[in-house]
Design a protein. Structure first.
Length: 188
């Protein structure tokens, strides 16, 4: 089923410009994605109440070229050697959670990236691709006082905990809604 994106509404106030900018950047990336590897994207409706912090999540399909004798699990294991990486289980499959240090700031610097984390997940029965989920937390203030940075760090940590909890709920299902077995169950 093909999905279409609607245009991001124009900002209604000055502090909304970063939301429109991020949405526009996603639309541009999606339009340039001729392989249709970006599957979906989610974004908070605005900053979390009482904060200047919002989050987004982009889900993509990453094509893999598996070398002779190496599985997607081996490739994920290699990815787990990155600084700060952690091997986790998502939907009974191998996954690697990696802090992405090189998150690009929004173009007009109307927001500041607090963190960007990638989850790279093995898909049962598919050696030719993995799923990548990038979870990004931003502040709508390009610069803040040090005492506010402390509060932002706490909100960021809470959102990362929420992201981990979300990953724990994943299940692979077939077109009929049946939960798929884990790769270990498939391999026997």
């Amino acid at each position: 089923m093909e999905r279409t994106l609607e245009a991001v509404p124009a900002p209604t106030q000055a502090s909304d410009s970063w939301r429109a900018e991020v949405g526009t950047l996603f639309e541009e990336a999606r339009a340039a994605d001729h392989t249709q590897s970006v599957l979906d994207s989610y974004m908070t409706a605005g900053p979390l109440p009482g904060t200047s912090v919002a989050a987004s999540m982009t889900i993509s399909r990453v094509s893999m070229t598996v070398a002779d004798g190496h599985s997607t699990s081996d490739i994920l294991l290699a990815r787990s050697l990155a600084p700060g990486a952690e091997v986790i289980e998502v939907a009974r499959t191998a996954a690697v959670l990696v802090p992405l240090e090189s998150a690009a700031p929004p173009v007009d610097r109307s927001a500041r990236v607090l963190s960007s984390t990638g989850a790279f997940i093995e898909v049962p029965g598919h050696a030719d691709f993995i799923i990548a989920i990038v979870f990004t937390v931003v502040s709508e203030h390009p610069e803040v006082l040090e005492e506010l940075r402390h509060a932002e760090r706490h909100v960021n940590e809470a959102l990362l905990t929420l992201f981990r909890a979300l990953l724990a709920t994943f299940r692979w299902a077939d077109a009929d809604g049946r939960v798929l077995p884990s790769p270990e169950d498939i391999r026997g």
